[in-house]
Design a protein around this ligand. Structure first.
Ligand code: KG4
Ligand code: ZN
Length: 338
């Protein structure tokens, strides 16, 4: 039988990541986070590409070391072609092309959004793989998408955000409240200590399965401005209740759309990915969906749900088995579609 080692490289946003997969099993999954963006309250593209440039060689080295192989053992190099920040993508793309060329092994291009979904097919004890067809919802600082997944590489985007991503809704709300970046984890923590019905924010009216989060951010901004005018200590006196109310609104939006997606497609297997899938409120709401509506939900191991290279490596492996390789003249694509 076969014995395939593939290196995955991810550099689409602000994480430089490399991973080695042996057949379907991950041997190493290394991520260098870029702390530099915290001071700016968001990712600064120019700084991100410079940091990738510094990190990529040490991160790849570490991934090979942890997997206890050398680059000569590799059968192919998989890399994120897009979507993402162009300057960031160029670093991973150029590096992957050079390495594959130098080693004279196949190069495999990977769509980052497909990778978030196919992360569910990494062999990992205690985690089930969803059966086709299933619904995938990818929710993070950069993405908000519902996808109907017919097979590994046959996917239809059936809903996505028309403005901000869901994680941005968390992070921008956090900025208004004076919280650090990224604010999602702290809002989530505080939400569990507050009253979700303390304050009411109207949900956006968006047709079908698309999302909108920019109106919510504006509503929160105006609400906080008005309340702090009357009481300068409003935020500190009500922070947990504010967080709980924001979280309640966001989860309501997500669950409404999932219910509609299930109704429209008749598919009840739902796979969740992206950094926001760590959210406790969303996880609880999915459990309720399992009990109330007969859903089966799938959330990968945490390290495979935020931006990582293991998900790039698993797609690399699946494409390798198909002999689906890229040519050396392939270029990064910032707006690559599923
Ligand atoms: O997938 P990820 O690590 O990076 C990308 O954006 O691609 O996701 C980061 C996002 C940030 O917006 C962060 O605030 C959010 O995920 N996040 C959360 C939680 N943990 C991370 N949002 C809500 N609740 C959480 N527990
Ligand atoms: Zn991502």
């Amino acid at each position: 039988s076969q014995n395939i080692y593939i290196l995955g490289i991810e550099s689409s946003c602000d994480d430089t990541a490399a991973s080695v997969i042996h057949n379907g099993k991950i041997l190493s999954n290394v991520v260098a986070n870029q702390k530099i963006h915290e001071a700016y309250g968001g990712v600064v593209p120019e700084l991100a590409s410079r940091a990738h440039q510094q990190n990529i060689v040490p991160v790849v080295d570490q991934a090979l070391k942890k997997a206890q192989i050398t680059k000569e053992d590799l059968h192919a190099i998989a890399f994120t072609r897009g979507p993402g920040l162009m300057g960031s993508l160029l670093v991973g793309t150029s590096f992957a092309k050079s390495l594959a060329y130098g080693l004279n092994i196949p190069l495999i291009d990977v769509n980052h959004m497909q990778a978030h979904i196919l992360a569910h097919f990494i062999d990992e004890e205690g985690f089930n793989k969803p059966p086709f067809p299933f619904l995938a919802m990818t929710i993070s600082g950069g993405h908000t998408q519902i996808v109907k997944v017919n097979s590994y590489f046959d996917m239809d985007v059936i809903g996505e955000t028309i403005d901000d991503a869901i994680g941005e809704a968390y992070d921008k709300s956090g900025k208004i409240l004076g919280l650090g970046y990224p604010a999602g984890p702290e809002i989530d923590k505080r939400a569990q200590l507050g009253n979700p019905k303390a304050f009411k924010f109207t949900k956006p009216k968006v047709d079908g399965l698309d999302f909108s989060f920019s109106g919510l951010k504006t509503a929160i901004l105006y609400f906080i401005q008005k309340e702090t005018k009357a009481n300068p200590n409003f935020i500190s006196e009500h922070l947990n209740d504010i967080c709980a109310s924001i979280q309640h609104t966001i989860i309501g939006i997500v669950i409404d759309k999932l219910k509609l997606a299930v109704k429209q497609t008749g598919i009840k297997h739902i796979a969740i990915g992206g950094g926001v899938s760590a959210n406790s409120g969303i996880r609880n709401a999915l459990k309720v969906g399992e009990r109330k509506f007969g859903w089966t939900t799938y959330v990968p191991k945490f390290e495979f749900t935020t931006d990582n290279a293991a998900m790039i490596a698993i797609v690399g492996y699946l494409k390798y088995l198909d002999g689906n390789f890229a040519k050396q003249d392939i270029t990064a694509s910032a707006r690559l579609k599923i």
